[in-house]
Structures are given as C-alpha cells and as structure tokens.
Ligand binder design. Structure first.
Ligand code: XUL
Ligand code: CO
Length: 444
C-alpha cells in the first residue's frame, strides 16, 4: 500500500525555539523526569474511532474529512487498509499505544457470526502491525451505543435480548483484546442510563448492570486475560442521565455490586467538566480510593455544554493531571489516551498530526511543571502545615481513633475556643503554580 501520509516524516523533537509545525517543542520522549523517560510517564495512546473513523460530521452537516487512504466502502479490505494507515500514523507520531472499539475497526454485518468473522480478519492485520512496530493496545472496548438495538441501553435495556446481544459482543471484544495483548479493557456506558424515570425501573437496571459486569469479570478470569478493567464515568450524552455519572457514583456502584476489586476508573477530562467537576477533582477522587487507572485527556469547550472531545491544549489541566499521576507513582496499565477529534474545520490529514503534537507538547509541559511543583516543595509544605493540628494533640487522637464525642466535648469545655484559623492562601498558591508552569514552558 502507498504511504497514507507521504509528505509527513517522523515527527522529531526540536525544542521550545523551533517553529517547525511538524516537530515537538516540549515532548522529548527519552528525556528523563523523576527517573523515568517522558514516553513511559505518558504511554500516549491514539484512538481509532476519532482519528480513523470520524468523518467530522455534526448534527447540521456532512463529514468534511479528507482521508485519501480510505475508499469509503464498508468492506473488510478497506478496514484492513485503514489499519496500515493508522500504524503509519502512530509510528510517525511516535506514540506507544492505541485504543479501539470493536465496531470502529471492522464492519458490522447482518449476523453476529459474520460480524465476528469480519473482526477476526481485521485483527490479523492489527497483530501483524503490532509485531512490526512494537506499538501496543492500551485498551479495547465494545461499542454498545450506535446500533438501534441498543436504543434503550445495552446491559440496562428493558429488552433482555439487548442484554444478551451486548454480552455476546463484549465476550468477543474481550477475546480480541486478549489476543492483541491489550493492557486493559474499558466499559463506557453511553446508553446505560435513562431519558425519563416515568418509563424506567432504575433499581432493576442498576442490578442488571451489576450482573453484566460480574459476568464480564468472570469471563475475563476464564479467558486468562490479565489486563485491567476500567469504568469510564460520564454524566450524560447520549443519555440524559447515565448511571456512571462521575467517579463517586462509579465507586459507589462498584462497591454495592461487589465489583470493586475487579475495576479501576478511566477518567476523562471532558466528562469531568460535564459532571460539574474538574479533571483534577475526578482524578484525586479516584486516586483517594486507589482506583485511578488511566485517563482520556480530551477537554471540552467552556462555552459549549456537550462532549466536544477537543485535544488537550490547556496547560493548567495537563499540569494538575500529571501532578495526580506522579503522586500516585505513575501509570501501571493506563496511559494518556487522546479520546479527541479535530474540529470539523480541520479536515486535512495533516491536521491529525498538528492536533496530536499540540496535545503531546501540552502534556510534556504539564509533566515538567508537575515535577517542578514537587521538587519545589512549597505546595506540599503548605498543605502539611495547613493540617499541622492533626499531627499531635487532639488531631492525632481523632485520627488514631482514641477520641470520641464525650472526650471531645470535655476537651472543648476546658479549652473554650478553637485555635485560630489561618489563611488558605489560594491566590498565593496559584501564583506559585503559574510561575512553575512559565518556567517549565520556557525550559529546554
Ligand atoms: C464517549 C467516550 C468513549 C469512551 C470509549 O464520550 O469517551 O469514546 O472513551 O467508549
Ligand atoms: Co473517552
């Protein structure tokens, strides 16, 4: 096959002074930060669905994307050709990982049997390309959203047959992910939720979802697949209210259905803001439960209330995300996954490179800034001091479980009033973070 991106060379690192649009200014894969090369901190992943299947349609207009390697047909051969184009892109960009849904990579046929056969034919090419390049699958997943059979949901449908079909689909997607040596598998419940409670048995649907994930975890063991299972929280879109609303709702659900040991969370920046949180909040909330597994780095637009899936160019969010990742000791099976699409106006193949370069450079500055924040120590020191009252005296007694309401009443009756509160110094701390970001962005 002819090259898909003939005019684009392997993207080099040229440093912050470079004006070459097809070069990294900050992402220097082998540069060591906190004892580890940048590339291993990120385990960057490109998504198949947006980058190789999204023709940039919107609800008001046709797709605009120019994709010369794609003949526009729904054939298996075209799907296989796309895999070669995708791996050329991954290689030239220099990412270590990719992610896909079953239906992104191979055409759905009129029967499940035939659809599975199509998938197997395309997976053969994935296997070859993985072997040729050493590029790995970060996670696989099943698309339980687009087909009309899932109109009422998949695992939470009122139609038991939809549950059964989804089970068959996830079984196959797990097998394929296992075959390709995937590091993980994601469950994102796009239609696992409801549009109106007037027609919904919420408790029954939640029980069904719990049962579905239990079956998946059991089948994973049977298969011998050692990859990490993740739930990806999202509050809404396409469904008005999704059960996997945010990290807190997911953790509660996993505990309630006794699934907590089988899952971690894949936290997405755009989903976090849709839930009324920041990415930092969601990551810290998941990490506090030991459940921060992986991230989808795409961000939203503050003026638009939906999942715009934009490339992460917000250095502040990238810095705080990398701070959470460094704090938890780095990714194990997870990575920074670009679940992002270029704008409808950015329709040329080259835009796919610009978009990913922008995201990777942004995360590189974020990593440098996060490492600088940790080395600088002012933030940690401030937090330690702020909680100083818990290190001894009554604070230590409460934390160790020695105190109770009676002892605390006695303590306060004797003391009369609490020790003076001191300032939270938010603006000062924001200026410390900003200064370190400026320095990281300017550093060579
Ligand atoms: C949808 C979304 C999904 C998941 C994988 O908003 O983020 O693409 O990442 O199914
Ligand atoms: Co996502």
């Amino acid at each position: 096959m002819a090259e898909a991106f003939p005019n684009i060379p392997k993207i080099p690192y040229e440093g912050p002074k470079s004006k070459n649009p097809l070069a990294f200014k900050h992402y220097n894969p082998d540069e060591v930060i906190e004892g580890k090369p940048m590339k291993d901190h990120f385990r960057f992943s490109v998504v198949y669905w947006h980058t190789f299947r999204n023709l940039l349609t919107d609800p008001f207009g046709a797709g605009t994307a120019i994709r010369p390697w794609d003949d526009g047909s729904n054939s298996v051969q075209n799907a296989q050709q796309r895999v070669r184009a995708a791996f050329e892109f991954f290689e030239k960009l220099g990412v270590s990982h990719y992610a896909f849904h079953d239906r992104d990579v191979a055409p759905e046929a009129s029967t499940l049997r035939e659809t599975n056969r199509n998938l197997d034919e395309v997976v053969k090419v994935f296997k070859e390309e993985q072997q040729r390049t050493g590029i790995k699958l970060l996670w696989g997943t099943a698309f339980l959203v687009g087909n009309p059979r899932y109109v009422h949901g998949a695992a939470t449908s009122c139609n038991a047959d939809a549950f059964a079909f989804a089970a068959a689909q996830v079984k196959k997607a797990l097998e394929v992910t296992y075959e390709l040596g995937g590091d993980g598998y994601v469950f994102w419940g796009g239609r696992e939720g409801y549009s109106t409670l007037l027609n919904t048995d919420l408790k029954r649907e939640l029980d069904h979802y719990g049962r579905f994930l239990r079956m998946a975890a059991d089948y994973k063991k049977k298969l011998g697949f050692k990859g990490q299972f993740y739930i990806e929280p999202k509050p809404k879109e396409p469904t008005k209210h999704q059960y996997d609303f945010d990290a807190a709702a997911c953790l509660n659900f996993l505990r309630q259905y006794d699934l907590i040991d089988d899952f971690k969370l894949n936290i997405e920046a755009n989903h976090s803001t849709l839930a009324g949180h920041t990415m930092h909040h969601e990551m810290e909330y998941a990490a506090a439960a030991g459940k921060l597994g992986s991230i989808d780095a795409n961000i939203g637009d503050p003026l638009l209330g939906w999942d715009t899936d934009q490339f992460p160019t917000d250095i502040y969010t990238a810095t705080l995300s990398m701070l959470s990742i460094l704090k938890m000791g780095g990714f194990v099976t997870g990575g920074v996954n670009f679940d992002a699409k270029v704008r409808r106006e950015s329709f040329e193949p080259e835009d796919l490179f610009h978009a990913h370069i922008a995201g990777m450079d942004c995360f590189a500055v974020g990593l440098k800034a996060a490492a600088a924040i940790r080395a600088d120590g002012r933030l940690d020191e401030f937090i330690n001091q702020r909680y100083g009252s818990w290190s001894d005296g009554v604070g230590a007694e409460i934390e160790s479980g020695k105190a109770d309401f009676e002892s605390l009443e006695k303590y306060m009756l004797e003391k009369g009033e609490i020790d003076k509160n001191s300032s939270g110094r938010q603006e000062y701390l924001e200026s410390v973070v900003n200064d370190l970001i400026y320095q990281a962005a300017a550093a060579k």
